[in-house]
Ligand binder design. Sequence first.
Ligand SMILES: Cc1cc2nc3c(=O)[nH]c(=O)nc-3n(C[C@H](O)[C@H](O)[C@H](O)COP(=O)(O)O)c2cc1C
Length: 177
Amino acid sequence: MAKIGIFFGTDTGNTRRIAKDIQTLLGTELAAKQVNIRTASVDDLLKYDTLILGTPTYGEGELPGLSNGTSTESWAEFLPKLAGYDFSGKTVAIYGLGNQKGYAKDFVSAMIFLHDSFTLCGATLLGASSTDGYTFKQSKAVVDGQFVGLALDQENQKDLTPSRLSEWLESLQTAWA
Ligand SMILES: Cc1cc2nc3c(=O)[nH]c(=O)nc-3n(C[C@H](O)[C@H](O)[C@H](O)COP(=O)(O)O)c2cc1C
């Protein structure tokens, strides 16, 4: 079985497309096929020791999900199911999609909810990244001066995504080794 599980939430497909790119970049021997979190159970995540989790931000700085205006269930409905589960010994890396011009006060904020939920379950969080190169006012996902995961902006900085993604995956592969 592939060692890395990739799970994503999405409404308009950007976060799914990045999940697919991640699987392609890591290779199918290492990474399992990406799965929409709307169709996953907690046990599906627990099959992997290494997880990459993707989320867009909706509402104002919120997770995707019915309560925040997306068309299907997503992370907002999934995260409460984690209560009581043990993810110790597992590593989790998060990437987040957002729009730094349109939502400058809450850029990629939803990453923080994944970060905090999986930390609470005992997982080790990897993949924090620099805020250099982005222009925004505020983000809940900035902790100690860094994003808690990788921030991607397909609306305003699509051309930077391939290099950001490959650098981030390289740094993760060093951390996993
Ligand atoms: C109604 C709405 C609310 C949004 N709110 C935010 C936000 O608070 N912060 C942010 O960074 N991006 C926000 N965005 C931008 C989306 O996160 C961005 O378009 C993302 O790429 C969508 O990902 P998806 O295609 O996987 O659903 C919002 C977009 C929409 C349409």
